[in-house]
Ligand binder design. Sequence first.
Ligand code: ZN
Length: 204
Amino acid sequence: MAFELPPLPFAKDALEPHMSAKTLEFHHGKHHAAYVKTLNELIEGSPLEKKSLDDIIVETAKDQTKATIFNNAAQVWNHTFFWNCLRKGGGGQPKGDIAKKINADLGGYDKFAEEFKKAGDTQFGSGWAWLVLDKDKLKVIKTPNAGNPLAQGQVALLTIDVWEHAYYLDFQNKRPDFIKTFLEHLVNWDYAQRNLEARHALAH
Ligand code: ZN
């Protein structure tokens, strides 16, 4: 079974003016689609063909000879995850358990936002900033290129893509403005909350 490009969980123009239909047309329709296509070509006829995307990522993460497979598999996963981290009318402060956990583990929303912006801004070149669970504690991390928390035993709750292709059409070189816009207008905190709940359901 080949992997497929999942549809966006919203209309292409739903996030305007913060993320344009044009950006999504390229980012989802070209970049994400290309990762799916390349991954399928790379694993065709190999034992990896029958594995889940999560398993492929974990298995190839520490094997330099499979770096190209890892990069494409992780980019498929990361992008699918990222689309779900966005919603129309999103952004602002979280509520409920995720908010309590941010207060307890990270010292409150403002501290989280500051750390998250810093992680995204300081990721040299391409990569991702994440809110993850690391042994049941929240952490803000960054990963270069296709890096994925799964590969390091962490559970992803939220991410932002800071590859130039994520923001160049809307923000040109101004990555900090893109991250600020993501936090203020786009974050889907319900999704982060669901990821936290799913983790707790598994652990108990
Ligand atoms: Zn991307």
